[in-house]
Design a protein around this ligand. Structure first.
Ligand code: GTP
Ligand code: MN
Ligand code: MN
Length: 610
């Protein structure tokens, strides 16, 4: 006999929000946990949860000398990344999920998952996490409640979102909220011993856009389980944004100040593991320029009363790719992590109680790798999974901009699109106008990375770096972007200018043509000059590309020929893209905005004219 829900903690519910209470009751009845805990977000709670996770073997406490109040976690080796094949947009009409999402009818998905959820929290604690994406002080705070049976998720949500008792209070008795249900799908029979990373081989990451619900099952990995992030702030929010006339995007937001003290805000959409966190925290290598961080992964953009597009970072933490993060590539991330209060997942543990990963610097002589095995530099294996992550509070970032806290967001001057391309795509290109910029975004291409399960290094189209995150038909999404270009008062001059960047082009020997990281400030400088009506460029068939002299390359140590190669527009390579783009566009049938076909035709004509 399972205990009635009242004895599982509902009687002590710290809210009188009747819809929330009813939902918590319903989920507890379905999933039959041993107890229900309302998460308050306090330090005592963090202490208790992390102690429990350490006792369970899920977390290992790091040496506070290196990383105070920080932990090392290893997942099940099959639960390491987002699972795009198992991610569904369950719109009522299949056409609304479009050709780029997996779809299942909402009632069918709910039937399937209800069967999985039945009794799935047996032997475990069900946590109720009230959270808000963006500041609680916002005019209309964007509430969510995640129910989960994973204490790792609770701890991570405390880092990644504003959550707990204050948020619950802010919800009052009747605030709307996104219902986000998560289970690792690993019930425990009486007396059954737990494993350090319980999860299920059956996984579903489902979204119900019409009812703004998220149902996730079977995975503990962050992208699948921290439902405020990709699931809410991108997939569900993109649908809200379509309906309400704003944009929810997979973008970093940075503040750049020139030596003269002029401020520009730049947003950038690059696919997962293609450089957003690095660019957001960049240390300029050019004298007098300053970069501050507003966001590293998600931007919500709305028009302000002044007709400009304002971007807000709805998150509270950084969930960054660990490998490649080091003192030479991203010192600000390293400084953020050294302040502690972080969870590291699937990196290596050093013998002195610190973490290490490839790209951090000198390897330790011995460590425990992400699979729990002995590791030495001669092991011939990577110590850390390619998608291993750090989860750390954003307010520890030493260059966090004050504007991060402003519910209004920051007015965006430039939007960057970019991907990981060995060939073809030059270092930077400026779009001819908004619609051309939307075309650039819609045809964005990148080689796949370890951030999602599947093959790595294959070129795929990843529109606006949102392929795995658009919560509706991507053709409609392109149309929405076109509509946004009309602005509030039709004044195109107030819109951000759009650029396309590629830090990943290589020479014939496979070496990166551009040093990247802090040196990307040189590209940002050119972009700022273009915004200010300066900065020399040549008009090419694909847009405006800097002349070799226009980039500030002082002290960079590249030859002019190398810079020209990085900037080169190779007509034959671009011609070879055309059939791929045609094929891509054809996927969308009638949904593809005609102006994007017109852009492709115009590009073909310009290439033919060469
Ligand atoms: P998600 O957090 O998954 O959305 O990805 P992200 O876009 O934030 O990626 P991140 O900044 O963490 O970069 C991931 C990888 O790109 C790491 O391996 C970095 O070393 C590499 N990278 C980032 N910036 C540059 C760059 O300017 N040049 C080169 N060559 N590599 C870079
Ligand atoms: Mn991301
Ligand atoms: Mn990132």
């Amino acid at each position: 006999m399972t205990a009635p829900a009242t004895s599982r903690g509902l009687a002590q519910a710290p809210t009188s929000h009747s819809k929330l209470l009813a939902w918590v009751h319903e989920v507890a009845e379905l999933t039959t946990p041993d107890q229900v805990v309302w998460v308050d977000g306090s330090d005592e709670e963090w202490q208790r949860l992390t102690d429990e996770l350490v006792a369970a073997g899920t977390l290992v406490r790091l040496d506070p000398e290196h990383k105070p109040n920080s932990f090392w976690a290893r997942t099940d080796p099959t639960d390491v990344a987002r699972v795009e094949e198992r991610t569904f947009i369950c719109s009522v009409d299949e056409a609304d999920a479009g050709p780029t999402n997996n779809w299942m009818a909402p009632d069918e998905m709910k039937r399937t998952m209800t069967a999985l959820y039945r009794g799935c929290m047996r032997g475990r604690t069900m946590y109720v996490i009230p959270f808000v994406m963006g500041p609680l002080e916002a005019e209309s705070p964007m509430f969510g409640v995640e129910i989960t049976d994973s204490a790792y998720v609770v701890a991570s949500m405390r880092i990644m979102t504003r959550m707990g008792a204050k948020v619950l209070e802010g919800m009052g008795d009747d605030a709307d909220f996104v219902h986000a249900l998560h289970s690792i799908g690993a019930p425990l029979a009486p007396g059954e011993a737990d494993v350090p990373w319980p999860c299920s081989q059956t996984k579903y990451i489902s979204h119900f856009p019409e009812t703004r619900e998220i149902w996730s099952y079977g995975s503990g990995y962050g992208g699948n389980s921290l439902l405020g992030k990709k699931c809410y702030s991108l997939r569900i929010a993109s649908v809200m944004a379509r309906d309400e006339g704003w944009l929810a995007e997979h973008m970093l937001i940075l503040k750049m100040t020139s030596p003269e003290g002029k401020v520009h805000y730049i947003a950038g959409a690059f696919p997962s593991a293609c450089g957003k966190t690095n660019l957001a925290m960049l240390e300029p290598t050019i004298a007098g320029w300053k970069v501050e961080t507003v966001g590293d992964d998600i931007a919500w953009m709305r028009f302000g009363d002044d007709g400009r597009l304002y971007a807000l970072n709805p998150e509270f933490g950084l969930f960054g790719v660990a490998p490649g993060t080091g003192w030479t590539t991203n010192a600000n991330a390293m400084r953020t992590l050294d302040r502690g209060n972080s969870v590291f997942t699937n990196v290596a543990l050093t013998d002195d109680g610190d973490v290490w990963w490839e790209g951090m610097g000198e390897p330790p002589a011995h460590a425990t790798d992400w699979k729990g095995a002995d590791w030495t530099p001669d092991s011939g294996e990577l110590s850390s999974h390619g998608n291993s992550r750090f989860c750390t509070p954003i307010n520890q970032c030493p260059i966090l901009a004050d504007e991060y806290h402003d519910p209004k967001g920051v007015p965006i001057d430039a939007i960057l699109f970019g991907g990981r391309r060995k060939t073809t795509v030059p270092l930077v290109t400026e779009a001819r106008d908004w619609v051309h910029g939307v075309y650039m975004g819609a045809t964005l291409s990148s080689e796949t990375t370890a951030a999602a399960a599947g093959q790595v290094g294959v070129v795929r189209r990843d529109p606006m770096a949102m392929l795995p995150f658009i919560g509706y038909n991507a053709g409609d999404y392109f149309q929405h972007w076109i509509e946004m270009g009309k602005g509030v008062d039709g004044d195109a001059a107030k819109l951000p200018k759009i650029f396309y960047v590629n830090w990943f082009r290589r020479d014939d020997d496979g070496k990166f043509l551009w040093p990247g990281f802090g040196e990307n400030s040189r590209v940002l400088k050119w972009i700022v000059e273009r915004l200010e009506g300066r900065g020399a460029a040549v008009e090419t068939p694909i847009g405006y590309v800097p002349t070799a002299d226009a980039l500030d390359v002082e002290g960079l140590g590249l030859t002019r020929a190398e810079i020209e190669t990085a900037l080169k527009v190779d007509i034959d390579e671009w011609r070879a893209e055309l059939p791929q783009i045609t094929e891509w566009f054809e996927k969308f049938g009638d949904k593809l905005p005609a102006v994007l076909w017109a852009e492709l035709d115009a590009l073909r004509a310009r290439l033919d004219g060469q």
